[in-house]
Design a protein. Structure first.
Length: 273
């Protein structure tokens, strides 16, 4: 199970975001369980009954979790673990659920159990790292992200670098965040969450020309531009002394997002918000 990146679905710059404990995605429903390299793939004809029950329960749990039905999702995870107590991904999802429910003790216990069962569970490492970041345990979070990035089989380094960069920004380590997010952009320049978060970090660092480059990429695509991205762009142009640019972006805010907090801030001239 993995936590989705809300910035990829709804771009946010007022508060930096990357992976959160608000959604999850796992193996597609009906997908075969993972098998070690070199081993035959387990199909329906030879999947053990206990594994089949656990897999079906996990599919239900993931669906409930994605809909925000935490207690129902937790019930399904418990049933999955009854069928297969060694299922690492069930403990990973259990950690996400307890984190959403505010039970830090059981959330951390669940993530650690997932990693004890599978020390190279990349989704569990990603989620646990961001969980530690949310708890302001920044050195531990950074170490978890570095451990994940060091795995030779890691196929989504841009996702981890994005999360690491956002965590570094939370910690006030803006120079380090710039490095992580810039590397993420090199690996995945089409990811809008990376561009938005990098633009925000660069704005905070006072590197307005660079910030302008990244936020313009987002605002040039109407489907991606939102009140927060337009407002960030307006603040950048204001810092650069481009009054015409500020007015143009402000007009877009008024026209497209008249009731937004960002439009209100623009109307009041509160460019520090």
């Amino acid at each position: 199970m993995r936590a989705l990146a809300p910035a990829a679905a709804r771009l946010a710059t007022a508060a930096l975001v990357a992976a959160s404990l608000a959604g999850c995605a796992g193996r597609a429903p009906g997908g075969a369980p993972a098998t070690p390299a070199g081993k035959d793939i387990i199909t329906a004809s030879d999947e053990p009954e206990a594994s089949r029950r656990a897999r079906l329960r996990m599919e239900l749990a993931a669906g409930y979790f994605s809909q925000g039905q935490m207690t129902t999702a937790l019930d399904e995870v418990k049933l999955a673990l009854l069928a297969d107590p060694t299922l690492a991904e069930a403990y990973n999802l259990r950690g996400l659920i307890y984190a959403n429910l505010g039970d830090d003790k059981l959330a951390e216990e669940s993530f650690r159990r997932a990693l004890a069962l599978n020390p190279q569970d990349m989704d569990a490492m990603q989620n646990f790292g961001y969980y530690l970041c949310q708890k302001k345990r920044y050195p531990e979070a950074n170490a978890m992200f570095d451990q994940l990035l060091a795995l030779p089989q890691h196929r989504e380094p841009a996702r981890t670098l994005l999360t690491k960069g956002v965590c570094q920004a939370f910690a006030g380590q803006l120079a380090d965040s710039d490095v992580s997010l810039s590397r993420a952009f090199e690996l995945d320049p089409a990811n809008p969450a990376i561009s938005v978060n990098l633009a925000e970090v660069l704005y905070r660092r006072g590197e307005y020309e660079r910030a302008r480059f990244y936020i313009r990429r987002i605002n040039a695509v109407p489907a991606l531009a939102g009140a927060q991205t337009l407002w960030l762009a307006a603040r950048i142009e204001q810092r650069l002394g481009n009054r015409n640019g500020v007015q143009e972006l402000g007009d877009q805010l008024r026209r497209r997002f008249p009731d937004s907090r960002e439009t209100s801030a623009y109307e009041r001239g509160r460019f520090d918000e």
